[in-house]
Design a protein around this ligand. Structure first.
Ligand code: EPZ
Length: 419
């Protein structure tokens, strides 16, 4: 297994290229199951999760070739698609559940292993299934798998209990080929949901309202393959923005889209950073770090995927910050590891109180989930001495060559083999 070794103290300065968005790439690869023919995606991030999704599409019978430019060709002639996503793959990446909607919509059936929980929470898929049932699908659960069948899905009005991102994406993809109109109420408003709707419409779907709480989909009979470049990753950009703010650096996040990052930018400014849209990206300069209170919310609120990173920034502020994690029930696993580096953080339920101003010292720390591991690398950038972040396979799921990108702006960081 690899580890990341960081020497604290560098002030980051220069340019970091932002990769394609992981949470856009995953639903878009699943959407490529809908049309016949060959779709091409550009600006595909080189991430473990994207490789896992590509592997799943191959297992289903699609030809997937390339890396940063990916072609996805539907099976033709005698080659019939498989309609099952097996446990051994789904357990490594819950976003595999995104193949459910496209397969049922196009082939009338799919069998997908239930993703089960993950480190940050139970993360059920009841809303995904509720939506498909509302469209006439028969859903049965057995032996840890969900079987979904429908001769032809029909449009329905679906009110989500919460604005689930992949739930909304699954239902949108299914509704694209259903008969009639589907209305999703309390829909997720993330930029990645908008991106999926844009690509589905390029395929010939008729979707309106993506990015708002009400999405309307007029079903069509078939969709056509497309070519598309994936939007930049707002969470990767936000992570490096925090790194610049923490090290009192001056970094240009090349390709970042400020309009996807309003809540992140507002909080960076509230905590003392200077943030400006510049040269086709976002420029972040660190200043005196101030404490702030943060509550994670569905988009356009403050993203849960940035909570761990901002907790580290709060550790450096003079004063107390309060963080409330309202999306996932167990997303504070970075706290004990930060504590071992000298942070003073008290967690009670969904609330974390950070008493900033402690001196962080380097330590050997354990990554537990994707964004927690990113926060440990960030802490290592400012901690005195050396920090070794173990189990960086978590990090590689969502960050493309993070050590190269940080080294490119002056960080003393390298990847090494863990004994
Ligand atoms: C997406 O996960 C993202 N992943 C997550 O990013 C992100 O943290 C999350 O949205 C919230 O923004 C992808 O897009 C691939 P949800 P998703 O369904 O869709 C509950 C990262 O670090 N819920 O919006 O799985 C659920 O338990 C990852 O890149 C149900 O109860 O999240 C959670 O508490 C982590 N029933 C809340 O809703 C359901 O059927 C939000 O989950 C679905 C969700």
């Amino acid at each position: 297994m690899d580890k990341i070794v960081v020497e604290g103290g560098a002030r980051l300065s220069g340019k970091i290229p932002i990769s394609g968005a992981k949470n856009a790439a995953l639903p878009l690869l699943a959407a490529a199951l809908l049309p016949s023919g060959t779709s091409t995606f550009k600006n595909v991030p080189q991430l473990a999760d994207v490789r896992t999704m590509a592997k799943l599409l191959r297992m289903l019978g699609w030809d997937v070739e390339g890396d940063s430019a990916l072609t996805i060709a539907a099976p033709t002639g005698k080659k019939k698609p498989k309609l099952e996503a097996p446990y051994e793959l789904v357990k490594t990446m819950r976003a595999s559940v995104l193949v459910l909607g496209p397969l049922v919509a196009r082939y009338g059936r799919a069998r997908v292993s239930l993703p089960g929980g993950c480190a940050i929470g139970a993360r059920p898929i009841d809303q995904h299934l509720k939506g498909l049932e509302a469209m006439g699908a028969k859903v049965t659960l057995d032996h840890g798998y969900v079987d979904v069948e429908a001769k032809r899905l029909r449009g329905a009005t679906i009110v989500l209990d919460m604005p689930t991102v992949t739930g909304c994406e699954n239902i949108m993809m299914a509704a694209a080929l259903a008969k009639g109109r589907t209305v999703i109420e309390n829909a997720a408003r993330e930029p990645e949901v908008e991106e999926l709707a844009l690509v589905l419409n390029k395929m010939g779907a008729k979707i309106q309202g993506a990015g708002t709480a009400i999405i309307t989909i007029e079903g069509v009979d078939e969709l056509a393959p497309i070519e598309h470049a994936i939007i930049p990753d707002r969470i990767e950009a936000g992570t490096f923005a925090v790194a610049a703010a923490m090290t009192k650096g001056d970094v240009l996040l090349e390709g970042a889209r400020p309009e996807h990052m309003d809540a992140i930018i507002a909080k960076l400014r509230a905590m003392g950073a200077t943030v400006s849209a510049e040269a086709g990206g976002l420029r972040v300069k660190g200043g005196d770090i101030k404490p702030a209170d943060i509550t994670t919310q569905p988009h356009p609120g403050f993203p849960t995927d940035m909570q761990a990173q901002f907790m580290v920034l709060a550790c450096l502020a003079k004063g107390q910050s309060v963080i409330k994690e309202m999306i996932f029930e167990n997303r504070y696993m970075h706290v004990p590891e930060l504590g071992r580096m000298g942070a003073d953080i008290q967690v009670s339920g969904r609330v974390a109180v950070i008493r900033g101003g402690q001196k962080l010292t380097g330590a050997n720390v354990m990554a537990t989930d994707l964004r927690a591991s990113a926060s440990l690398v960030l802490a290592g950038l400012v901690a005195g001495g050396k920090t070794e972040v173990l189990r960086v396979y978590h990090l590689d799921r969502g960050y493309e060559a993070i050590e190269k990108k940080l080294k490119g702006v002056g960080a003393k960081i390298k990847r090494a083999k863990d004994a």
